[in-house]
Design a protein. Structure first.
Lengths: 246, 74
């Protein structure tokens, strides 16, 4: 598959990159990852029908987590129906909140979807770079993290994750740093994959809605409260190291 | 002007087993772009036809095929 815009490659890299020479690592390099194209074509794509078909396909293929780095202001009940079927099959659906600096968009706004907002980390990019536009005064307790200006916010935010100057894979055989809740979403999906791998009781549980709930609870248990408003951070930033604590 | 729509029927309405495509045959102005199975179709039609379809087949769900955007800036 050719990735014409690099969006899918960048998101996939956050989850599963393995490039020791460039110190680019995804959260779960051993994960089995499927890229399903829903954008592209003459008119740019992104139709609800294509997205719903992709969700249905992922569920049929036995995927555990669906990472959705896209959004719409308008709710599609067609997509919602597919997401409900995915949830009923024990699949965790994670979605980007959107980049309009306003209310959370769909599908992140749906009740049974993990909505992800974007954070930046101070000192991880040149101050005079375009990434600096994302800085706000909404800071973590320790001042290290800021809520990204472009990130949508609201009661539907479940978790927050890095989404400013995120370096990841880009075609062909290179890397680049992008901003967006698109980049924050796969952070959560990658950690969710590791959380699932490290919890055999959930991994091998019956594939039903309670399995999805168990994984979500485990994900919430990894969160660090940054001290930001709940509409910005949700339950907080999931921390990988918490997975390995006794 | 025509736009894309998704037309589908839920399981509970499947007793007749008449496919969405068959039901839409009564509307020659509807262009079926694809039908992945008997219960789902992606079509092109105008708003007047949309209203007619909704009125004559209330068991069908009809919704604009809403476009989504990637949530990234570079």
């Amino acid at each position: 598959m050719t990735d014409h815009d690099g969006h899918g490659s960048h998101c996939a890299g956050v989850i599963a990159a393995l490039e020791a020479a460039s110190s680019i690592w995804g959260y779960a390099p051993e994960v089995e990852i499927y890229g399903l194209r829903v954008f592209g074509g003459a008119d740019g794509g992104g139709y609800a029908s294509d997205i719903a078909d992709a969700i249905d396909w992922a569920v049929q293929a036995g995927c555990d987590i669906i990472s959705m780095s896209f959004s719409s202001e308008i709710a599609s009940s067609y997509i919602r129906s597919s997401i409900e079927k995915a949830t009923d099959a024990g699949v965790l659906c994670v979605a980007a909140a959107g980049n309009e600096g306003g209310p959370v968009r769909y599908p992140a706004k749906f009740r049974n979807v993990v909505g992800v907002s974007a954070l930046g980390k101070v000192g991880t990019f040149p101050g005079d770079s375009i990434h600096g536009d994302a800085m706000t005064d909404i800071r973590s307790h320790d001042g290290r993290f800021f809520f990204a200006s472009f990130s949508n916010r609201g009661e539907e935010i479940d978790l927050c994750a890095p989404g400013v100057a995120v370096t990841s894979t880009f075609p062909v055989n290179t890397f680049c740093a992008w901003d967006g809740t698109s980049m924050a979403c796969p952070h959560v999906s990658g950690i969710a994959a590791l959380a699932l791998e490290s919890a055999p009781d959930i991994r091998y549980a019956a594939r039903d809605v309670s399995r999805m709930g168990l994984l979500m609870d485990r994900l919430l248990g990894l969160c660090m409260d940054l001290g930001m408003p709940k509409i910005c951070q949700g339950s907080g930033l999931p921390r990988l190291e918490k997975l390995f604590m006794p | 002007m025509t736009s894309r729509y998704v037309v589908w029927q839920e399981d509970r309405f499947m007793t007749s087993r008449v496919s969405v495509s068959e039901l839409l045959r009564d509307f020659p102005e509807v262009e079926i772009l694809r039908a992945k199975d008997p219960d789902h179709a992606v079509v092109l039609m105008d708003t007047q036809t949309e209203l007619k379809v909704r009125s004559e087949h209330p068991q069908l769900s009809v919704e604009p095929d809403i476009r989504h955007r990637m949530a990234s800036g570079q």
